[in-house]
Design a protein around this ligand. Structure first.
Ligand code: ADP
Ligand code: MG
Length: 315
């Protein structure tokens, strides 16, 4: 990854192929169609190369691939042909102005809402349209921009109720500061893990508080804790640091890096551009429901289209 032009070609070509593959002939060869065909021909070499690479590596190197996602709400098109993939073990940023379709894209990937069209592949498997509990079981878990918890239950209960499906060594437990590493089967193990998790997120003093009484930032932490305690392979985090104090944010980020080194994959929506540029090795930019750019942070900062559409006034 990293070669802007090659990637742009691949994407254009993929879009063109989808178009030519799904639309029936209208008889009037429109300008758009001939442009798409021309682009397809131009992009052929890059696309072939990339397809070969991704086919052989699809299981290990691109755990998540989304293809041509579409979603409208009445007259509003929220996601309009978004396609991208995320590399294994990466910390990838997903950015874009408000309303660009980032949260809706997360909804479509995890089955929180039904998509109009498009495909989602996770670890080489077609998971399009699966409901959230099914994608979670496969190891793909997200958090919400506006945290969702069981407000009438305590913080402790909320984390205990997150499905704990691992039976062996958990990656997550291996970075917990107080983790009891061995695989134990005693009664109290779940509780021990839950307390460790609460400690890790600095919310153990709130364990017996109803989740409904937490501040916005504390809810974010609880949500993060719940998501991680399911021991997923990949986490989609929607503005995970909103309302979280800077010291804790720094600590969580350093743990995210540790987890990433252990093999977790992260896709993070975040509006703090410095945070994205300093921590992500790759950045996907959405604008009006589409992927506008997908590249290394340095390249994104210099991308004219991105600057015009998004960065211009804000950086
Ligand atoms: P982002 O997360 O990038 O800020 P969203 O995905 O939340 O953007 O929203 C994309 C667009 O879809 C916005 O115009 C938003 O108002 C609209 N939208 C999102 N969810 C709904 C919904 N449930 N009903 C109607 N419109 C929605
Ligand atoms: Mg959003």
């Amino acid at each position: 990854m990293g070669e802007t032009e090659a990637e742009a070609d691949v994407e254009t070509s993929a879009e063109a192929e989808t178009k030519t593959g799904t639309e029936t002939e209208t008889g009037s060869a429109s300008r758009a169609d001939s442009e798409a065909n021309a682009e397809r021909i131009e992009g052929t070499t890059a696309a072939t190369e990339s397809e070969t690479i991704s086919e052989t590596a699809s299981l290990t190197e691109t755990p998540l691939r989304v293809d041509d996602l579409h979603k409208s709400f009445g007259g509003i098109t929220a996601v309009d042909g978004a396609s991208f993939d995320v590399e294994s073990g990466s910390l990838t940023g997903l950015i874009g102005p408000n309303g660009a379709g980032k949260s809706t894209t997360f909804d479509l990937i995890t089955g929180t809402i039904a998509l109009d069209s498009g495909s989602v592949y996770f670890n080489g498997e077609d998971v399009t349209g699966l409901p959230p509990h099914a994608t979670a079981r496969k190891g793909l878990v997200r958090t919400f921009q506006i945290a969702r918890q069981l407000a009438d239950m305590t913080v402790l209960e909320n984390v205990m109720l997150a499905p704990q499906h691992q039976s062996g060594e958990s990656l997550w437990r291996s970075v917990l500061p107080f983790a009891r590493r061995g695989i134990r089967r005693e009664e109290g193990e779940l509780l021990t893990q839950v307390w460790d998790t609460l400690d890790f997120f600095d919310i153990s003093h709130l364990a017996h508080e109803d989740a409904g009484n937490l501040s916005g930032g504390q809810r974010k932490l609880l949500e993060f804790a719940r998501a991680l305690s399911t021991d997923p392979d990949m986490l989609l985090l929607d503005e995970p640091f909103a309302g979280v104090n800077p010291t804790l944010e720094k600590r969580l980020l350093s743990h995210i890096h540790e987890l990433r080194e252990e093999g977790y994959t992260f896709l993070i929506v975040e509006h703090d551009m410095d945070l994205i540029m300093d921590n992500c090795e790759r950045v996907i930019v959405m604008h009006q429901g589409r992927v506008l750019a997908d590249d290394a942070p340095e390249a994104i900062l210099e991308d004219e289209q991105v600057i015009d559409a998004y960065l211009g006034g804000t950086v």
